[in-house]
Design a binder for this molecule. Structure first.
Ligand SMILES: CC(C)(COP(=O)(O)OP(=O)(O)OC[C@H]1O[C@@H](n2cnc3c(N)ncnc32)[C@H](O)[C@@H]1OP(=O)(O)O)[C@@H](O)C(=O)NCCC(=O)NCCS
Length: 181
């Protein structure tokens, strides 16, 4: 019902449990391409698991602890963004993203995350927005850099994904830096 225009043919909208079938179909379509970096790509395998995943985010949103959005290009779900964590008491949140290969290279993610960060700082008074990625994920790090985030370092072997222990590169932007940027 509510949408933000990202480009002439692309919109950012809330992604909700009633869209489970569409999200399951999307995940099937892109799993092979994104599972290397996206934990839920293997957990969402059908409509039921898609609904459980989106329901968990709906409950996080109700508690003000997280949010999830989809990106539709020409009306077809092609990606998304989330506040994986959102902690108003601390003023700290983390953003995550994914996009179908065919929709990359147009700045849709950078534009969508700008909308989210504007909201986090401008409306919610957050202090710090974080971006965590695998140091090998150059496309993800490039988004953080393009947004003006600072690379603060690497947490070594801090995350297990699909049985594989990974380093985690930490990027962040502070509210005062976002204002001046
Ligand atoms: C990470 C990921 C979402 C980045 O997608 P992306 O399309 O490169 O990101 P953006 O939408 O910000 O687009 C940036 C690209 O569009 C170009 N671009 C064109 N117009 C632009 C604009 N108006 N604004 C910004 N960039 C623009 C940029 O130059 C850049 O292209 P380049 O990579 O050739 O330099 C994508 O690679 C992905 O889904 N990977 C798999 C999942 C994943 O790794 N998620 C992150 C986990 S931490």
């Amino acid at each position: 019902m509510f949408a933000r225009t990202l480009a002439e043919d692309a919109e950012l909208r809330p992604l909700e449990p009633w869209q489970a079938a569409e999200f399951a179909e999307y995940t099937d379509r892109v799993r092979e391409d994104i599972e290397q970096y996206i934990p839920w790509a293997r957990a969402v395998v059908d409509e039921e698991t898609a609904r459980a995943f989106l329901q968990a985010y709906a409950e996080r949103q109700a508690r003000d602890e997280g949010r999830i959005y989809g990106i539709w290009v020409d009306g077809v779900l092609e990606g998304g963004t989330l506040f994986r964590t959102f902690n108003p008491a601390q003023g700290v949140c983390e953003v995550g993203v994914w996009l179908s290969a065919g929709a990359r290279g147009r700045g849709l993610i950078t534009t969508a995350v700008r909308v989210m960060i504007d909201w986090a700082f401008g409306v919610r008074g957050m202090h710090r927005v974080e971006w965590l990625c695998d140091p090998r994920n150059a496309a993800s790090a490039a988004v953080a850099e393009r947004l003006g985030m600072t690379c603060e370092g690497v947490m070594r072997q801090a995350f297990v994904l699909h049985g594989d222990r990974r380093d985690v590169q930490v990027w962040a932007v502070l509210g005062e830096e976002w204002k001046t940027a």
